[in-house]
Design a protein around this ligand. Sequence first.
Ligand SMILES: [Zn+2]
Length: 152
Amino acid sequence: MGIKEDADLFRIRSQWKMDKMLCQCGKAISDVVYPCPTEGTIIGQEDYEVLCRTFVEQTNSFFDAVQQSQRAEWLDEHFGNEYPQKTKNGDVVPDIFNLHMAPRSLCIADCKNCGRLWIQTSPGKNEYRSFLPDNTGYSRVLALKGNTAADE
Ligand SMILES: [Zn+2]
């Protein structure tokens, strides 16, 4: 994995971005902004269980490495030698999460025009399957539900 710039989090998250596609209804779905209210990620319960366990194990492993002065080696081993060593410990945690989330989850996009949901067929694959709701129209399935981080 090649990570060079300060936008590391974005680059790791962007592995599951869909970029742009044409919906069956004729409108383009694109995600030029991040976070995007018409784009999301879905994960099944089985993968979620594995993700949670792996995330906790890897986070503990990272902080053990920090305590044992093996931080640089740990980062090289898990993120590659281009990962910025200056990244704060707390900022490494979401990178660990995203590293293990990406191969266990699928992109999902919501068409603002027809309400059709587009779900990636498998992690990392640029192929989507569409699902048209019985009641068509945009219903903000993926739009923000909780408070923004600034509100919490
Ligand atoms: Zn559509």
